[in-house]
Design a protein. Structure first.
Length: 289
């Protein structure tokens, strides 16, 4: 089996490369200068040349705040490039595994979202993910769309590193705003890579379970509690004033929780707790060069 990873230098891509290598699965993870997902002709040419069995797309536009200011860029990544990727995968007979997001929903549901819930995205980012998903459904029957809740890592920019970067500057006077009415399931890039590996291996065994699935770590939480846990772990590495965290209830409630039972029942992939994973994340943040 030959796997092509698009976005191999990103948070999830780096973790997936490590796992594939440790399991001795043949893969390519071209750098962006070699395979830019927005360069449609080159993407099609390289995939036709390499003939992968599975294409895992971990690249994407995920900056919610910036998306409102540059919608063309957002849709270029999450819809147009994905549409081209789906066409090319179908043409060469490759399975497509695509990362998507809880943002295809509006966040107003009380309980965790299931795959049966009707998407109702709000804003540019959510709409770009949803339209990208629709393109895949129309163009590439052999696909797995994996929707994720809050993705965190010691790499790149995400909820965890934004907090840790701020903690690293104790002279900053502004308190960190976290929202107790924003709920989600913090899921590390390392854990997502584990799930992608399991899905890829089962595709390699001719499993025919195409469609859309949800995955998130066990135990939903709120943004303030996540910040408290990260704060406690970070305090082992440096002194951080207790008043740095501020609990904010001014924004409307948002639910980013996903129900992963369908993935578990289909692929046998069990969710892992996020608290122990956060401890490793914080340690890696401070200890890795």
């Amino acid at each position: 089996m030959e796997v092509l990873i698009i976005g191999g230098s990103g948070q999830i891509g780096q973790e997936l490369c490590r796992l594939l290598e440790s399991h001795q699965i043949s893969f390519r993870a071209p750098a962006r200068h070699e395979l830019d997902i927005e360069d449609h002709r080159n993407v099609a040419r390289l995939i036709e040349k390499w003939q992968p069995d599975v294409v895992v797309n971990t690249a994407g536009y995920r900056a919610a705040g910036k998306a409102q200011k540059e919608p063309s860029r957002c849709f270029s990544y999450n819809r147009d490039a994905v549409s081209n990727l789906a066409d090319t995968c179908h043409k060469v007979g490759a399975a497509l595994v695509q990362i998507s997001s809880w943002r295809v929903f509006d966040g107003s549901k009380v309980d965790a979202y299931t795959e049966k819930d009707t998407p109702n995205p709000e804003g540019v980012l959510g709409n770009s993910f949803w339209q990208g998903e629709q393109q895949i459904h129309q163009r590439c029957p052999r696909h797995i769309i994996l929707r994720l809740s809050w993705i965190i890592s010691h790499l790149g920019r995400n909820r965890a590193t934004k907090l840790l970067d701020n903690f690293s500057y104790p002279e900053a006077e502004r308190a960190l705003q976290t929202h107790i009415n924003h709920r989600g399931c913090p899921t590390t890039a390392e854990d997502v890579a584990r799930v992608l590996l399991a899905i890829t291996q089962q595709i390699g065994c001719n499993t025919e379970c195409w469609g859309t699935y949800h995955y998130s770590a066990a135990e939903p939480t709120d943004e303030f509690t996540l910040a408290e846990v990260i704060f406690a772990e970070a305090s082992q590495f440096q002194d951080i004033p207790n008043e740095r965290l501020h609990e904010d209830e001014s924004e409307k409630a948002i639910n980013a929780c996903l129900d992963g039972r369908n993935l578990r029942n289909t692929f046998g992939i069990m969710p892992r707790p996020w608290r122990s994973a956060v401890a490793r994340l914080v340690r890696n943040y401070f200890e890795e060069p």
